[in-house]
Design a protein around this ligand. Sequence first.
Ligand SMILES: [Zn+2]
Length: 62
Amino acid sequence: MNIKALEWNFAKGICSLGGCDTEKVSFTSRAEAIKEAERLTKEGLEPEVGYPCPSCMQDYYA
Ligand SMILES: [Zn+2]
């Protein structure tokens, strides 16, 4: 699980068209973000390739 140090968020999904982060989860503190990331990792939940994000959809169908 990858945590961006400045934003305290991570993505639970990956856009199927462009590989962008989708389903971003934001946290107000580092401790919260780490706690949630650890919980998801423990449960074996890694980011999954899901639906395309809105901006890729726009490019794709333009
Ligand atoms: Zn995308």
